[in-house]
Design a protein around this ligand. Sequence first.
Ligand SMILES: Nc1ncnc2c1ncn2[C@@H]1O[C@H](COP(=O)(O)OP(=O)(O)OP(=O)(O)O)[C@@H](O)[C@H]1O
Ligand SMILES: [Mg+2]
Length: 283
Amino acid sequence: MEGTSESIIEVRNLWHLYFSSSGAPVEAVRDANLRVRRGEVVGIIGQNGAGKTTFVKHFNGLLRPTRGSVLIDHNEAKEMTVAQLSRNVGYVFQNPDNMIFLDSVREEMRFGPRNLGMPPDETEKQVERVLVEFGLEGYGDESPYILSQALKRRLTVASVLSMKPKILVLDEPTIGQDRLMANKLMRYIIDLNLKEGLTVVLITHDMRIVAEFCPRAVVMANGEIVYDGETRELFTKDDVLGRAFLEPPQVTELSLRLSQHFTRPVLSVEELVSEAREIRKSS
Ligand SMILES: Nc1ncnc2c1ncn2[C@@H]1O[C@H](COP(=O)(O)OP(=O)(O)OP(=O)(O)O)[C@@H](O)[C@H]1O
Ligand SMILES: [Mg+2]
């Protein structure tokens, strides 16, 4: 989905400093500004320690600004509790072990919707639907702790989606997933974006995921946003890529190297195939 004109997340001059007991403060986020429109899919990328997790934790109040402000659906986040923000913002942690705490997969998935006051019959329907969508139906009564890391991650995404958030913030959702499962997960999320206008903010190190699924990319380096724009255009910006230590996906690299044939960077194998067919037709 393209996104509407209405902004659903607005970050203004956000700074976040960590103060450890010893040594100088760490400026994890420095003067960041961002406006996300309802229905957009935004990828946040950058090296380890660039400030990505710190940045997005402000969207649901897990962290509060040292300076600056965050508006969620036009409301000041600092005036809202984490519980209130969670009604709108579903947040999937970078480490699934930080989210899992109940005895069964089903219980884990019921927790969020129940907490938000979803009626029991609706909760059950929603939980069963999402279990099937995520291929977790065979694990419903199992303890989440025995699941593999990949399945745990899938469970955490499923649990958050069972709360039907308006905004979904995912910190490295596809890590540890094989390509097939990563694609399935992404397609499910994109489907919700297209059908229900879910706004998606996704942190990832996987440039293929950004290229294929996120039309807009936000690049962070040393706590700052150093690029915010079309993902396709990002791949033409060698200075930004160099500064953030990013490399385009191989298929994009190929189209850049063959610039005499491709007029713009290609973002997926499918795009490459269709552009190559056009080239053949016209030659
Ligand atoms: N709780 C904390 N206390 C002190 N410093 C922290 C804390 N959490 C993060 N930092 C520091 O803040 C900076 C930004 O960290 P953050 O975790 O936001 O980066 P990131 O982009 O999410 O990295 P990664 O890709 O490794 O997840 C880093 O220098 C990190 O060491
Ligand atoms: Mg992180």
